[in-house]
Design a protein around this ligand. Structure first.
Ligand code: GTP
Ligand code: MG
Length: 335
């Protein structure tokens, strides 16, 4: 294990791939590896790339990575696909789209499919991010689809979230964007070679200026006068840019790379970098605590007792609170 970790630290691609596989498959190894590697993490700029299916996320990643490579940065890419029915095709597609990058030793590409719960995916992704971070990649790009819980989790793991959209959604845009705008630091209208790009840019900008309906925006990163959250979250001073790209022609990538960099500088100068790291750290510790507590609890209460209590609750003979009290005191006895 120690040798493998050393090789990972030296950035040896095969060792990284091997460690990631072991970390994904074995929680014990994940714990051991993360404990050893954690002091060497925290250097990478983690960028989440999300957006509607087919908007061109993989193509944008491919083109952006080429631009970053020209600046001599080393880049890790994680393509996350939680949508099971299309997994095979999508991952294959991503590999095809990113084939330009294979053979470049400064780029590491990993596809991850959902196994089990979304929470499991988020946890596995967090571990893989740490492995790549400790391996010295300057940027780690994480591609996810859509606006579900997985995207929010991954947006939470990223320093900068880039939302990629494409023209041609017409008026539906309004409804689709509500969730996704919440997590965007940078908006990209890709396929700007297609008709309607201007309109999409305009409607996105308009939505940004309108801000959240009812002011529910979680981490108000919009500079609108009514968004008090801005100040509270230390997110003030960042106007979400809307960029146009043609990823297939690598157009707009220098600008996107510049924005990503500018966002990092903003995060660092405003103190939000540390703030986001703290929030992320807390979520991670909380998640691990929950898992640990649950495991301890399950091991300390006989399953027959759980079963009979649950039956009693279902039959209205015991209320859920009393059940919890009984379970906890049983658990305390057995610990
Ligand atoms: N015209 C045009 N087509 C593009 C552009 N960028 C990507 N495409 C095409 O759009 C299709 C989808 O691109 P992907 O990069 O796979 O999109 P994606 O968002 O990663 O797709 P999923 O991961 O399946 O959700 C491909 O056929 C691309 O060649 C662009 O800028 N202009
Ligand atoms: Mg893709």
């Amino acid at each position: 294990m120690k040798e493998l970790l050393d090789q990972v630290r030296q950035g040896q691609i095969r060792a990284i791939a091997r460690l990631i596989t072991r970390v994904e498959n074995n929680p014990q190894i994940a714990e051991e590896a993360i404990q050893a590697l954690y002091p060497f993490t925290g250097q990478a700029h983690i960028i989440g790339i999300t957006g509607s299916p087919g908007a061109g996320k993989s193509t944008v990643v491919n083109a952006l990575v080429k631009t970053l490579r020209q600046q001599d940065a080393r880049v890790g890419i994680i393509a996350v696909d939680p949508s099971s029915p299309f997994t095979g095709g999508a991952l294959l597609g991503d590999r095809v789209r990113m084939r330009d990058l294979s053979g470049d030793s400064g780029v590491f590409i990993r596809s991850m499919a959902s196994r089990g719960s979304l929470g499991g995916l988020a946890r596995a992704t967090a571990s893989v991010i740490k492995v790549l971070d400790a391996a010295g990649y300057d940027f780690i790009l994480v591609e996810t689809v859509g606006a579900g819980q997985a995207e929010v989790d991954i947006a939470n793991a990223a320093h900068t979230t880039v939302v990629v959209e494409a023209p041609g959604m017409g008026d539906e845009i309004q409804s689709i964007k509500a969730g996704i705008l919440e997590i965007a630091d940078i908006l990209v209208v890709n396929k700007a070679d297609r008709p309607g790009a201007d309109r999409t840019v305009r409607s996105l900008k308009m939505m940004l200026h309108l801000g959240p309906v009812g002011g529910t925006r979680k981490s108000g990163r919009i500079s609108s006068p009514s968004a008090e959250h801005n100040v509270q979250n230390g997110s003030a001073g960042w106007d979400i840019p809307v960029l146009e790209t043609v990823a297939t022609e690598e157009t707009g990538m220098a600008e996107l790379a510049k924005m990503v960099n500018r966002h990092m500088i903003h995060l660092r100068e405003s103190g939000e970098w540390l703030q986001r790291e703290k929030e992320r750290s807390w979520r991670e510790v909380e998640m691990l605590l929950q898992l640990r507590f649950m495991r301890q609890f399950q091991a300390s209460v006989p399953s027959e007792m759980r079963d009979s209590l649950l039956t009693a609750v279902a039959e209205r003979k015991v209320d859920p609170y009393t059940a919890v009290n009984q379970l906890l005191s049983k658990s305390a006895e057995n610990l």
